[in-house]
Write a protein that binds this ligand. Structure first.
Ligand code: IMP
Length: 426
């Protein structure tokens, strides 16, 4: 069955939105399957920057955008996004799973309070209520989109949620009054009602009919709740397999996985980051790459490409090939590096550790390469016609080493933010 998944191979912000935007034309539907409004996909269309938190970016091309059951939905954010799309003249075709869980003001408050409570051990969450919403889902006290359409039972469920949160939020600010939050949720339910449906039936029907469906990952593989750098992770499974569970299609529906990685590495929030560069190179990448969070505006930590982490992500996702982003930004440096192994406690390993302590103590083993300064847009344009041979030798060496280290082919090279600034390789 023709399901394709796009995932990030790093700690998020790899540029998945641009890849989705670039290939969405070949698909009938674009599906979000995990995460929530912690995600921020920046897409440049017609020279204008747009950030999406919940609505799948494929809707810009008139595709059916599906928000699957695995997503946690802040209805306030979703309604704002729909409004701003309408202002921009885009009438999105959206299908919102009735089973998706709802992030409320209580969850955002809890996220904030828990982060403050962690002090120096704060995770650096986006404070969008993601962790608390998934926790309530697992605890089976969550509110789902379908509940917003049934005000009577919603009232009872919301009462339950207030009483569960009482001891958590006591003394940590003033939660919204029950009636006010309840009224808001009912109102959001009315606005969203036309979009709510049984997404799993629609998607399975489409797949059986041979329609192509694109699954759009949020965050990155190293933020996966199970396989990422726990507890410095997000609260959902971010790897490709989650596309099935988070949208209600069978695992056999996924026929291809595209791994997206930046030519260097960035991370927002806390947690170990072995190849982080806190000196001039990291600063240059942040400045030239505009490495500030699309959702929070926080400066991103920057560093070198980590092939140990990359190989691990390729394995977890079963990525068939990789797209390498922001090669123009890395190209501003005279010399560039790739970490191909770690030294941990005197031993060399090419496996990604399971604990933050071990990862924090890992010293990267680097290989150094010449950069490709002065590669202007005209050279990149030529590469679109003539292929990789039009690019400087140093750049080809770097990409060749990435392919070798990741163990999969590189099929695309991105050299700027717009949809057009992408070279596809055969
Ligand atoms: P949460 O998902 O808001 O709970 O945040 C947990 C961790 O995931 C923090 O380190 C966040 O910075 C990170 N994170 C969450 N969403 C994104 C994203 O879309 N891009 C990059 N990092 C993210």
């Amino acid at each position: 069955m023709p399901g394709v998944v796009v995932v990030g191979l790093q700690w998020g912000d790899e540029g998945k939105g641009k890849i989705v935007d670039s290939i969405a034309g070949n698909f009938e539907a674009v599906v979000r399957f995990q995460g929530g409004s912690n995600a921020g996909h920046t897409v440049v269309v017609g020279g204008q920057k747009r950030v999406f938190h919940l609505v799948p970016s494929g809707v810009l091309q008139g595709k059916l955008g599906v928000v699957g059951n695995g997503v946690v939905v802040d209805p306030k954010v979703l309604v704002e996004e729909l409004n701003s799309l309408e202002e921009a003249g885009v009438r999105p075709r959206l299908l919102l799973s009735d089973k998706a869980h709802v992030t409320t003001e209580l969850h955002k408050m809890q996220d904030e309070a828990e982060e403050l409570g962690r002090g120096g051990m704060a995770l650096g969450t986006t404070r969008r209520g993601i962790g608390p919403t998934y926790a309530d889902k697992a605890a089976r006290i969550g509110i789902r989109i379908i509940d917003l359409l049934h005000p009577d039972s919603l009232r009872e469920k919301l009462k339950g949620l207030y009483s569960a949160k009482d001891h958590i939020l006591r003394g940590r600010g003033e939660p919204p009054a029950f009636e006010s939050l309840y009224g808001d949720l009912v109102r959001y339910g009315e606005i969203l009602r036309p979009y709510v449906g049984r997404a799993e039936y629609t998607l399975n029907r489409m797949l059986s009919d041979g329609s192509r469906v694109l699954f759009e990952g949020a965050q990155g593989s190293l933020l996966d709740i199970d396989h990422g750098t726990y507890p410095y992770s997000t609260s959902s499974n971010t790897v490709a397999a989650a596309a099935a569970i988070g949208s209600g299609v069978p695992a056999s529906a996924i026929s291809e996985v595209i791994g997206v990685a930046k030519a260097y590495t960035t991370r927002v929030g806390g947690g170990p980051f072995p190849t982080e560069d806190t000196g001039e190179a990291g600063e240059t990448l942040r400045r030239i790459g505009g490495e500030y969070g699309a959702t929070t505006g926080r400066p991103r930590r920057c560093g070198w490409f980590d092939a140990v982490a990359g190989r691990y992500s390729v394995m977890l996702n079963g990525a068939n090939y990789a797209m390498i982003m922001k090669l123009d930004v890395l190209g501003e440096l005279n010399r560039v590096k790739i970490a191909t192994a770690y030294r941990i406690d005197g031993a060399t390993t090419d496996e990604f550790p399971s604990t933050p302590e071990e990862l924090g103590g890992a010293a990267p083993v680097y290989e150094e390469f010449d950069g490709w300064r002065g590669t202007d847009k005209a050279v990149w344009e030529r590469a679109k016609e003539e292929g990789i041979s039009a690019l400087p030798k140093s750049l080809r060496n770097y990409v060749g080493r990435l392919e070798e280290a990741l163990g999969i082919p590189v099929r695309g090279l991105s050299y700027g933010p717009s949809r057009e600034e992408l070279v596809y390789l055969d």
